[in-house]
Design a protein around this ligand. Sequence first.
Ligand SMILES: Nc1ncnc2c1ncn2[C@@H]1O[C@H](COP(=O)(O)OP(=O)(O)OP(=O)(O)O)[C@@H](O)[C@H]1O
Length: 295
Amino acid sequence: MIEVERLSKRYRGAEAVRDVTFRCAPGTVTGFLGPNGAGKSTTMRMICGLTPPSDGAATVLGRPYRRIANPGRHVGVLLDAAAQHAGRSGREVLALTARTVGVEQRRVGEMLEAVGLPAKAARRRVGAYSLGMRQRLGLAQALIGDPKVLILDEPANGLDPEGIFWMRSLLRGFADRGGTVLLSSHLLREVEAVADRFVVIAGGRIAAQGAKEELLGDASGVLVRATDPAALHAALAGARLPSRPDGTGAYLVQGSAEAAGHAAARAGVVLTELRQANGNGLEELFLTLTHGATR
Ligand SMILES: Nc1ncnc2c1ncn2[C@@H]1O[C@H](COP(=O)(O)OP(=O)(O)OP(=O)(O)O)[C@@H](O)[C@H]1O
């Protein structure tokens, strides 16, 4: 279980994260989504006790991460795969982690196999690894202590399509055995196939969260066109209906046709089109929710 309660982070007055609250339950994969600079890494660093929050709190398995004794046995963390010690071989890096965490050295070989790093690659210096290989090694480090929770920041970065597919089945299997997974991505497609729940963050704030079916349920939204697009936009914003231009002068609105129609009517806006959007499911929702919030 991961519980995040009203987390906020300010850097010299600039708000990187504001009032972020969510939970990740055992047996689920939560996709933490948002455009570049949305605040995903900052939130994850706060959960793992690496960045002190300005406000709010986070717990993992019921306590602040920093108060977990030998956290590697309970929580697997991969925040920056590029930051591994470049001078050591992959095998040495893992052997060291095994010692620190206090698991048998045979786990090293097991993990190398589990993440698909062949013996030859494991003997090479990490400095010579591709980003994808570093991600695999980072995942092996995260998994070596047989944790119940995984916290992974952009783990698919640098992985080839086969690697992404492999990682999805690994994470799905981990959650299906009762584990809790939180993984971030700025690419919706990467996590769409594996996550049960989504937390969408934009401009440091939660834009939406919920079960996949819940979010997909109204993901397609409606397309609205008016004689005066600017007035329509103002009317939708006034009614707190998230919307974005579709590129042809119309707006894609996250909400029902009735809600959009009422908003336009109240503002005296003349509609020329109001229909169900041929939504692209979650991708449409993601773009609509994060539109305008990207820094
Ligand atoms: N140490 C820091 N000092 C000042 N500002 C920071 C610091 N770390 C992050 N920020 C700012 O906080 C905001 C959120 O950054 P963060 O790295 O959390 O976003 P992200 O969602 O992980 O983005 P990406 O997908 O690009 O990795 C950005 O505006 C960033 O510039």
